[in-house]
Design a protein around this ligand. Structure first.
Ligand SMILES: NC(=O)C1=CN([C@@H]2O[C@H](COP(=O)(O)OP(=O)(O)OC[C@H]3O[C@@H](n4cnc5c(N)ncnc54)[C@H](OP(=O)(O)O)[C@@H]3O)[C@@H](O)[C@H]2O)C=CC1
Ligand SMILES: CC(C)=CCC[C@@H](C)[C@H]1CC=C2C3=C(CC[C@@]21C)[C@@]1(C)CC[C@H](O)C(C)(C)[C@@H]1CC3
Length: 439
């Protein structure tokens, strides 16, 4: 990965001072920093085979290799850390690093930076995922599905390993941002060091050509999510001797989502995370802990509470997933194609003074974030197979609604800043934020 400087250097401010806090400032940042790990452990401990959730939270889970069942333990904290699990986790992380460096992939230019330059990225996340699946397939073929049970047996230890590593990584890139002439994120250079560590000070932290942010966003956490799903499926198989239809559906939908993300890897380069946000604790813990260990929760729940939903239930859930995916993919494609200068559908748009055009018909004429709506509908399809015995598997669409509304507000602010009065005109043409006629 290299840096190209074909574009003329625009007004480049090396270290602009950020005057504006997001996420409620340092207090909000502290809240998220504590809440994310706490909630991840809580989800793991709260749901046992006996109850889900047990209330008040007095039970803690421990998986035993022999009994394959959750049991209460007096010394629950001993199940929180093991150097062996940390080594396994780091082995996985290093495997992803080696794949990033060694596997071939298309070279793609990122969005234009403030200094007029563009970074180059090698797109090989999809081949990393395929290689992982091939190795897991070979491993399972040789040793049987029980070989995947390391993950559920060491669940809290693996959570701790991911938390420790993501904290270290955020701290490392924070100090790295002071070395040399780094491009800082506009929102990550306030007077408060803790807030900067949380939100991300460095826009594109790199070690040589290795892009730390793009790597973490697409590989170790996202692919691990599906590996975890497979291990939960193996756990269910080991416990009841078969895999239920609900488990097949939730794992198929998750795999589909990640497969789609990795297949369309270049699309990540125009997301807010890559173009605008720095890489700090929020993204580091989001990518490495939150995504794999909470997005897989429906599979975790079904491993402990197997259920079948029958043909009609399956058909209903598949219909929800298809509807969500259709909106998500076709709207994202419409915008990506348009941004690449293609307009096969002859969609209407208007010219802004900034130079770029904004779509006003098709999906982007219906609401200002139709892709969020599709993504959110899919979120429901992932948890409906869990039934309605407990609200816990439904945490994802609830959290996701909060994340998407907050993200829409941040993007709206950023676009108002970018497009000035043109954004006001666009908002009159497309008044709905996410859900047409509702919000
Ligand atoms: N599963 C998860 O946890 C998460 C998933 N996502 C998903 O990631 C995807 C990307 O999301 P995100 O980056 O937040 O946002 P968007 O893909 O909606 O991109 C917003 C940008 O698109 C451009 N844009 C806005 N309106 C128009 C228009 N009418 N015509 C052309 N361009 C327009 C603007 O940038 P410009 O004009 O400068 O090009 C704007 O800043 C979404 O599908 C989302 O659902 C996001 C977060 C978490
Ligand atoms: C609670 C907390 C710490 C939240 C941090 C937010 C992150 C979890 C999310 C921010 C943007 C994300 C994206 C994806 C995963 C979740 C995070 C990291 C994404 C990789 C999922 C797959 C999609 O297809 C995507 C590639 C569009 C998407 C990009 C944004």
């Amino acid at each position: 990965m290299t840096e190209s400087s074909k574009q003329p250097a625009a007004a480049y401010v090396a270290a602009p001072r950020s005057l504006h806090y997001e996420f409620g400032g340092p207090a909000g940042a502290l809240g998220v920093t504590l809440a994310v790990p706490f909630f991840t452990y809580w989800l793991a401990f709260a749901c046992t085979e006996a109850q889900c959730p047990p209330w008040p939270m007095s039970r803690f889970i421990e998986f035993h290799a022999d009994g394959l069942k959750a049991m209460r333990t007096e010394k629950w904290w001993e199940s929180l850390w093991s150097w062996e699990a940390f080594a396994v986790y780091m082995g996985w992380y290093l495997f992803c690093v080696v794949c990033d460096i060694a596997l071939p992939g298309k070279e793609v230019q990122g969005a234009q930076l403030r200094n007029g330059k563009r970074l180059t990225y090698t797109m090989n996340a999809f081949s990393t995922m395929m290689l992982t699946f091939a190795l897991i397939g070979a491993w399972t073929y040789k040793f049987g599905p029980n070989a995947l049970l390391y993950i559920p047996y060491h669940w809290p230890q693996l959570i701790s390993a991911a938390l420790a590593w993501s904290t270290f990584l955020a701290t490392f890139v924070f100090f790295q941002s002071y070395i040399g002439d780094q491009m800082l994120a506009l929102g990550g250079n306030t007077d408060n060091a803790f807030y900067n560590w949380f939100i991300g000070r460095n826009l594109n932290p790199r070690l040589g050509d290795f892009d730390i942010k793009a790597f973490n966003e697409m590989r170790p956490g996202l692919i691990l999510w599906i590996v975890i799903d497979f291990s939960m499926m193996a756990y269910q198989y080991a416990t009841i001797g078969r895999v239920t239809d609900s488990m097949i559906l939730t794992v198929a939908f998750h795999s589909w989502y990640v497969f789609d993300a990795e297949f369309n890897e270049p699309a990540i380069l125009t997301t807010m995370d890559i173009t605008t946000d720095g890489f700090g604790f929020m993204l580091s813990v989001g990518d490495l802990l939150w995504v794999p260990f909470t997005y897989s929760y429906t599979a975790y729940y079904l491993a402990l509470h197997p259920k079948d939903i029958g043909l009609l239930g399956c058909a209903g859930v598949v219909a929800v997933q298809l509807l969500g995916y259709w909106i998500f993919r076709s709207s994202n494609n419409e915008k990506n194609e348009f941004r690449l200068g293609r307009n096969a559908k002859n969609l209407q748009s208007f010219q802004t003074e900034r130079g770029t055009r904004l779509l006003t018909s098709g999906w982007w004429g219906r609401s200002r974030h139709p892709n969020y709506l599709g993504d959110w509908i899919m979120a429901w399809a992932w948890c409906l197979p869990c039934g309605f015995t407990t609200p816990l598997p439904y945490f994802y669409p609830i959290y996701f609604a909060v994340l998407l509304v907050h993200r829409q507000q941040r993007d709206d602010e950023a676009c108002a800043h970018k497009y000035k009065k043109d954004w006001e005109t666009y908002k009159k043409l497309v008044p709905w934020k996410i859900i047409p006629y509702v919000y």
